[in-house]
Design a protein around this ligand. Structure first.
Ligand SMILES: NC(=O)c1ccc[n+]([C@@H]2O[C@H](COP(=O)([O-])OP(=O)(O)OC[C@H]3O[C@@H](n4cnc5c(N)ncnc54)[C@H](OP(=O)(O)O)[C@@H]3O)[C@@H](O)[C@H]2O)c1
Length: 234
């Protein structure tokens, strides 16, 4: 790689999940300094121990001030934030007509409200320095509707719309907003995908390798959104 990522400070939400683990490993190898977040302290501490130069904070993104706390702590530890990866997500499954209103609140709090709030907090510094990357982890569900996952699909469509708008608004600022949308993944969340063959799902490490490539691009060209799909669908 071209060294663009060396010493960059990355805030990674959902670090303790399947995709988060793969991102953390590849980004550390690329020379980034990671600020890891998830809900639970023990797995974060364990992860951070294995990732040189990283720091962590346990925070529930549904809590009112979680985003402010995360960004303040990341800036206190590292001085600034260069890359924000909005990766945390939840995947409620079931018929919409039977869904509890609470599930809507939680799904949108984690999948939409937190990425928007974290972006708002990260952006002023990035714009002032003329370099920054916002990566929003979308899904194939950002582009299509699927039965029994209406709330998830709606939340990922919202995230894609947000990222597209920021991309347009920021395009001359040196800050890029990119929605990276994988298909089904071999992660704990992937195990909840109904009626599909898990062995055909994408290896999260392949997505992580692609992410490093995407973040490293530094020419006079920009990817505003990327869709990564598995080869075999069954
Ligand atoms: N798996 C798939 O098939 C698939 C396909 C396309 C896109 N995606 C997207 O990829 C991203 C990562 O998914 P994954 O497969 O890695 O899922 P995962 O293994 O279930 O991990 C989800 C992560 O989100 C965190 N999280 C959930 N609720 C949270 C909350 N209230 N506050 C803070 N953190 C919270 C979890 O933290 P804790 O572990 O601490 O609870 C965990 O680190 C998600 O945005 C997902 O929508 C997944």
């Amino acid at each position: 790689m071209n060294g663009v990522l060396r010493e960059r400070v990355v805030v990674l939400t959902g670090a303790t999940g399947g995709l988060g683990h793969a991102f953390a490993k590849r980004l550390t190898e690329a020379g980034c300094r990671l600020f890891l977040t998830g809900r639970h302290a023990d797995p974060l501490a364990l992860m951070s121990h294995a990732l040189p130069g990283s720091a962590w904070l346990a925070a529930d993104l549904t809590a009112p001030d979680a985003c402010e706390t995360i960004m303040a702590e990341a800036e206190r530890r590292f001085g600034q934030v260069d890359v924000l990866i909005n990766n945390a997500g939840i995947f409620p499954v079931g018929p919409f007509v039977e869904s509890d209103p609470e599930v809507y609140e939680t799904c949108f709090a984690v999948n939409v409200r937190a990425p928007i709030r974290l972006s708002r907090l990260a952006l002023p510094g990035m714009v002032a320095r003329g370099w920054g990357r916002l990566i929003h982890i979308g899904s194939s569900s950002a582009y299509a509707g699927f039965r029994n996952t209406a709330l998830y699909c709606a939340s990922k469509h919202a995230l894609l719309g947000f990222s597209r708008s920021l991309h347009d608004e920021l395009r001359e600022s040196g800050v890029r907003s990119i929605c990276l949308s994988p298909g089904s993944l071999q992660t704990p969340m992937g195990r909840q995908v109904p009626g599909q063959d898990f062995s055909t799902f994408i290896d999260p490490d392949d997505v992580a390798e692609y992410l490093v490539f995407l973040l490293s691009a530094s020419g006079n060209m920009v990817s505003e959104e990327v869709r990564l799909n598995r080869v075999v669908i069954r």
